[in-house]
Design a protein around this ligand. Sequence first.
Ligand code: ZN
Length: 320
Amino acid sequence: MKRSFIDSLMNESLADLQSISKSDLHNHAGRGGTLQYIGSWAKVNIEPPTAVFKSLSEMQSWYVDHVKSHCPGIQGYLKRIEASFAQAAEDHIDVLALSFGIDEIHSLGTMESFSRTIDELHRRFAPEARFLPELAFDRACNVDEAYERIEEILSYNWFRSVDICCDEFAQPIQRFKKLYQRANDAGLILKAHVGEFGSADDVMEAVEELELQEVHHGIAATKSPQIMRWLADHRIQLNVCPTSNIMLGVAESYSSHPIRALYDFGIPVTINTDDLLIFNQSVSHEYMNLHKSGLMTADELNVIRETGLSLESYLFIKPS
Ligand SMILES: [Zn+2]
């Protein structure tokens, strides 16, 4: 597998790359499909964005206008989740973490109907993928309300990890401590979006305060060699999304992407899609882009691929 992965990068064969086992560990479920899949279902042609977004809210407006408007309501939502699984199967994503918000659960009535519906889509569209559902809290959420709702959700032992997403500056990360202690007690892997727009100190603070095992993005850590060393020493995994970073203006290009420095400091990193329905690049594309730019060698990218498939931390999930 290692040899064929390296060969497919050297030969610039996207089709070969797509046939090789990979992971996607940072993927917002409702936005993980392809524009072609949704476009052909809705019978419209959706062109990907052409310019860098100035902010998350500008990105959100683009998404609502160009994608969500073509697949509204519950039916459209389920079609987008289906698209995420179908895309994962097409790109040979063998380890797939998809994140879902609390509101998504409630849009399908109960946790029971939600998990049953999503499991069914998993079975139908990506049966080979090891599926790791992730529960995502909006950084701006009312933490006390989320805490009230989490007991019932956790009682299903369905989610495998937790995340905090969206606006990094909405409220101090410490407010999520109680919620994360509860998630830790339930054996979930602790992750959060941090260091995408924030600072290196924000990354370290979030990891320390919430005892995170993984960070989504975390690229701001490259501003501090001390913090990068600390992340490497503590084996904190960073789930990096290169195209997302470029399209949101926090990285200039593939050839100068911070993943190079993170890797060189020995931090475990993975390569992921974030919001494929917006950024329009699969995991295979992401590997190809980094290799073509000259930033990483095929051997190094294979180390990253293997990191994503190792599932080391998930083996420690406490049995229910
Ligand atoms: Zn994200």
